[in-house]
Design a protein around this ligand. Structure first.
Ligand SMILES: *Cc1c(COP(=O)(O)O)cnc(C)c1O
Length: 432
């Protein structure tokens, strides 16, 4: 058994000063009935806690760390940039360079605005869609998470789902009534809303691959159908690619499925580990933003030079490394196939959903997990037990059934095989 005494002490102290001891809820390990690890440092695929334990990391800071932790080029870029000053509140060349790089990788983007988090990106994209269409309603999907804006904290995924609070107190009934809920992979549920509100829906927002109820993969027909409905009803289609952008391919999920949204939101990888978000898309829509247009959105630290330097370095590596996403797919397939074999060999009931470097092992008796309702039927008690055994054998997974695991370029075959072994041993214990 690993010793976690320093982390336990640190958490006790943090609880006195920080709500729930953490600055983001799902970090608390509450749903797996434990105390969170306090991280001392991380390098490559490994994180080290303050007790000196080391882990193979599949949280990856919840998505950004596709190149592994402490990538030398990114650290160097941050240090070099910091030496010149950390914020000016005036334009820098890095911001234009970043915009050009994103446009090159994601062809649906004509113009892009940088913000400071994924939450800010989706909030601003929704306001822009409303300003552009002159309509008020937004359609979101059960179990999708778009950050913690009021409009999206209704049947929300991620920590809200993990901690059993998909509808948060503090969201006014006025806001809640402007958010319509549809079911993922259920095109009829979207059609019904358009039939009821044909000229009132400003935007449909979704994770083009859901990662915040665990990984749930869309049917191509579902995505195509939504695109057609949005075109027909002149509604802005927003792909929230905060998680999938630059992860599933250079051009994100939209490239893989061949669907072009009107607006796209980014975060996570785009900041190379610093706090960044962005939203962009069709020129005609983006032109409505201030100072060119009437829709207001601003930010003191938006386009911050350190964040731009880190993000731009990350994106360039992803763009310029020959076969980057093929190699990442090979590693991810090795892990995915390995876990699937554990399930098969042990005849353990479970579903592994994987697409590229995103995966979730669902503890369910069902044959597939393709919706929020399916995800909700999972045995979270078994997940918690599995999580703890994995942690004790040196594998750091998300402390929640309803999250994605992330592979990075820094995960070696050896680490992947060790992870599969740990998975096998933990499932064997659970089986008995
Ligand atoms: C993480 C995430 C967000 C929120 O981003 P933050 O930077 O945490 O505010 C929004 N949408 C999706 C799909 C995400 O995965």
């Amino acid at each position: 058994m690993k010793q976690y005494t320093q982390s336990i002490e640190a958490f006790k102290e943090a609880l006195k000063h920080i709500p729930g001891g953490v600055n983001s809820p799902v970090r608390s390990f509450k749903s797996v009935d434990g105390d969170p690890l306090f991280i001392a440092n991380a390098r490559g695929a490994k994180v080290f806690d303050i007790d000196g334990n080391e882990y193979i990391d599949y949280v990856g800071s919840w998505g950004p760390m596709i190149l592994g932790h402490s990538h030398p080029d990114i650290i160097m870029a941050i240090q070099k940039t910091a030496a010149k000053g950390t914020s000016f509140g005036a334009p820098t060349l890095l911001e234009t360079e970043m915009a050009i790089q994103i446009k090159k990788m994601v062809p649906s983007i004509d113009s892009i605005r940088m913000v400071n988090s994924g939450t800010e990106a989706t909030m601003s994209a929704l306001r822009l869609a409303r300003g552009y269409t002159g309509r008020e309603l937004v359609v979101k999907f059960e179990g999708c998470y778009h950050g913690h804006n009021d409009s999206f904290l209704i049947k929300a995924g991620s920590g809200a789902l993990t901690l059993g609070m998909p509808n948060s107190p503090g969201v006014t009934s006025g806001t809640a009534k402007d958010t319509l809920i549809a079911r993922y992979n259920d095109l009829d549920s979207v059609k019904d809303l358009f039939i009821r509100y044909p000229d009132q829906i400003a935007a449909v927002i979704l994770e083009p691959v859901a990662g915040n109820m665990g990984v749930v993969i869309p049917d191509l027909e579902f995505l195509k159908g939504i695109r057609e409905l949005c075109t027909r009803y002149e509604t802005v289609l927003i792909f929230d690619e905060v998680m999938t952008g630059f992860r599933l391919s250079k051009g994100g999920a939209q490239q893989i499925f061949g669907i072009t949204p009107d607006l796209t939101t980014f975060g996570k990888i785009i900041g190379g580990g610093l706090p960044v978000g962005a939203y962009g898309g069709k020129q005609e829509i983006m032109d409505k933003l201030a100072p060119k247009g009437p829709v207001y959105q601003a930010g003191t630290l938006s386009g911050n030079p350190l964040a731009m330097a880190a993000g731009l370095t990350a994106l360039k590596i992803l763009d310029e490394t020959e076969g980057f996403y093929d190699t990442l797919e090979e590693k991810s397939a090795r892990l995915g196939d390995g876990i699937q074999k554990c399930l098969d060999d042990l005849k353990f009931p479970g579903v592994l959903n994987r697409i590229g470097s995103m995966f979730t092992l669902f503890f369910t008796e069902d044959a597939k997990v393709s919706s929020y309702a399916d995800a909700c039927r999972c045995n979270t008690t078994n997940y918690a037990r599995f999580f703890k055994m994995a942690l004790d054998s040196g594998v750091y997974l998300a402390p929640s059934q309803f999250e994605a695991g992330f592979m990075s370029a820094a995960h070696t075959t050896k680490k992947i095989d060790k992870t599969i072994e740990a998975t096998y041993e933990a499932l064997k214990v659970l089986k008995n």
